[in-house]
Design a protein around this ligand. Structure first.
Ligand SMILES: [Mn+2]
Length: 233
């Protein structure tokens, strides 16, 4: 028999947050099969849905199938800058290959990417890369929130490759909002009191991770075989 709280959850559905997919359509299909989103569930992606992996088109098709919404990752951002403004200066080799393959409908999907998802019922924010501690999150621009990995010297946002020994931004984040993020691939889900990193490097041979509210459950599938052209870019 269902108690009242369970009935309420059934009506409200779950929130299923999925880490960086990077064009790994087979792994995303496997993860969705495991999680089995229903019509009351909301699927959210942390961004970097496309690029690097083998099949960005099919990943977007799958995202649409489950009515998922996506955040702006640094990869979507570079691609959209090219699409919207014709800016080729920031494009990397992989971006060009992806841009040539994206269909009009794929671009339309990426065009709807959000900067941050706010989940007030869980006092939670979902963001691609993270936030600088201290500054209110609402004041932080896309350069920070789609790129930050570690705090470099003087507390500036930086890439992990620039300061390999520096601590992740999440180590300093004091809340009160709980932040779920991707962008920085790690072997395991990264847990801090007020942050949870769910990029487990699917495209690099790690895993693809989903975090599910309200249970707080983690579901993972194995990532693709590690490619020869490994590049953390
Ligand atoms: Mn990223």
């Amino acid at each position: 028999m269902l108690n009242l709280q369970e009935i309420r959850q059934l009506e409200n559905g779950r929130i299923i947050i999925i880490g960086d997919v990077h064009g790994c359509a087979i792994q995303l299909q496997q993860l969705l099969d495991r999680v089995n989103p229903g019509k009351n569930d909301q699927v959210l992606f942390v961004g970097d849905l496309v690029n690097k992996g083998p099949d960005s088109n099919s990943v977007i098709d799958l995202a649409k199938t489950v009515n998922a919404r996506c955040l702006m990752g640094n990869h979507e951002r570079r691609l959209l800058r090219y699409r919207r403004q014709g800016d080729v200066s920031a494009l990397k080799r992989l971006d060009v290959a992806t841009a040539l393959r994206l269909r009009k409908s794929d671009w339309a999907y990426l065009d709807e990417c959000s900067d941050v998802f706010v989940l007030p019922e869980y006092q939670t924010l979902v963001v691609h890369a993270g936030f600088l501690p201290v500054i209110p999150w609402q004041q932080q621009d896309l350069n920070i929130i789609t790129e930050i990995q570690v705090l470099g010297e003087d507390g500036v946002p930086a890439r992990r490759t620039q300061f390999p020994d520096a601590a992740l931004w999440a180590d300093y984040w004091q809340g009160p909002e709980f932040v779920i993020f991707g962008h920085t691939p790690l072997k395991e889900v990264y847990r801090q009191p007020f942050a949870l990193g769910i990029d487990t490097g699917c495209v690099y041979g790690g895993k693809l991770t989903a975090f599910i509210f309200p249970e707080g459950r983690i579901v993972q599938v194995n990532g693709r075989k590690k490619p020869d052209d490994f590049c953390e870019c």
